[in-house]
Design a protein around this ligand. Structure first.
Ligand code: PGA
Length: 258
């Protein structure tokens, strides 16, 4: 499938932000604003799990998909504090971020654990958004492809081609997350092309590849115009309805229908 045939996907990653009142305003604005986007632009939000019921109530019937930022590697049992993927689907969720760099760094999630979480999400019928990305040190050492390749391979090794085809993969350079310093469109495209080739070798060439890391209304369009960038995973800017919707519109103008 060529770039022109792949839909665009923009997903907000709220991280540990939000309260009931602010969420309601944001979700209603996103539901309403996204109604004006062309059909080949998908929009999603990944919220803190405790707000899933609220999110479902406010987004059901809209075109916005929703989900969580992590799932447990276990299906059920004595795992205090964990939330299992099937629980998330009780609230109509479709998406689950796995392997975000903040979880890899602050919760010591290994590549192996991320791969198991991806399997649990798939088994529950969720679309895992598998995050990969290198640190500044790794980039400067010239090992970006080695690092993101190893992170992706660990996941792909556990999946069939059919399962791999159900993934979304997000390239998020650690040095670009929350820093205001996005990768350039050329830097991001180069890594996306590398990831695309890896996925193609697994028989999953059409997996949506999102870029994440300081995506803003000002840089979204240039990023989304790259042949292997199918959309974005948006942190800070997803908390401001007007910014998030502007990024969705940038996806729309770079989509087939746009
Ligand atoms: P940012 O975060 O857009 O705030 O850089 C992106 C992410 O971590 O998913």
């Amino acid at each position: 499938m060529s770039k022109q045939q792949r839909a665009k996907l923009v997903v907000g990653n709220w991280k540990m932000h939000g309260r009931l009142a602010a969420n309601a305003t944001l979700l209603q604005a996103v539901a309403q604003g996204s109604g004006e986007l062309p059909a080949d632009v998908r929009v999603g939000v990944c919220v803190p799990g405790v707000y899933l019921a609220q999110t479902q109530a406010l987004l059901e019937g809209s075109r916005v998909e929703w989900g969580v930022q992590d799932v447990s590697a276990f299906t059920h049992g004595a795992y205090t504090g964990e939330v299992a993927a099937p629980m998330v689907t009780d609230f109509g969720a479709m998406l689950a971020i796995v392997g975000h760099s903040e979880r890899r760094a602050y919760h010591r999630e290994s590549a192996e654990l991320v791969a198991v979480k991806t399997q649990r999400a798939l088994e529950a019928g969720l679309t895992p958004i598998v995050c990969v990305g290198e640190t500044l040190e790794e980039r400067e050492a010239g090992s970006t492809e080695q690092v993101v390749g190893a992170q992706l391979d660990e996941v792909l090794a556990k999946l069939s081609a059919q399962e791999a085809a159900r993934l979304v993969v997000a390239y998020e350079p650690v040095w670009a997350i929350g820093t205001g310093k996005s990768a350039t469109a050329e830097q991001a495209q180069a890594v996306h092309a590398f990831l695309r080739a890896r996925l193609a070798a697994k028989g999953a060439a059409d997996v949506p590849l999102l870029y994440g890391g300081s995506v803003k209304p000002e840089n979204a369009e240039e990023l989304f115009r790259q042949p292997d960038i199918d959309g974005g995973l948006i942190g800070g800017a997803s908390l401001k309805d007007q910014d998030f919707l502007a990024i969705c519109r940038a996806a729309a103008v770079t989509s087939v229908a746009g």
